[in-house]
Design a protein around this ligand. Sequence first.
Ligand SMILES: CSc1nc2ncnc(N)c2[nH]1
Length: 162
Amino acid sequence: QHQAMKHRLYTLIFPMDIYRNRVLLGMKKRGFGQNKLNGFGGKVEADESVAQGASRELCEESGLSPTEEPEKCGLLLFYFENDPVAMEVHVFITRSFAGQPQETDEMRPEWFDIREMPFEHMWADDPSWWPYVLDGKLFVGRFWFKADMVTITRQELAQVGS
Ligand SMILES: CSc1nc2ncnc(N)c2[nH]1
């Protein structure tokens, strides 16, 4: 019968400075996605909500702490050749946060103009869904990657909900 696919839960959060049309990205200094610019995030712990996990990771990785519940933007599902576990990435933005961006062991934070995103240094799927984040349209995106984690063999992207 049908073998259910396992999903591992992740968060991805983007601090937005709406007054200056900027988004904070982090240059990953080690581990998964090393040398890529990305939002902040990671795995969700057992004792926290997905939104709490996003806030925790942002604080740990950038020094910024959200002062309101992060806003849900969308859901990304990533599938990899020869890997039975998919990544289920819950995407958030936060417009209200305390602190100044700090470089950490994990990340070197840097502000970017939201209309000049450094996609050449980001994950290959990002240009597909980033416009939905900017338009405030809730989205679900599914991306199938080859083992190189760069080549996308199939993708689906839809606006959903309200
Ligand atoms: C492995 S495919 C992938 N694309 C991504 N985009 C943005 N943040 C991530 N963590 C991503 N992972």
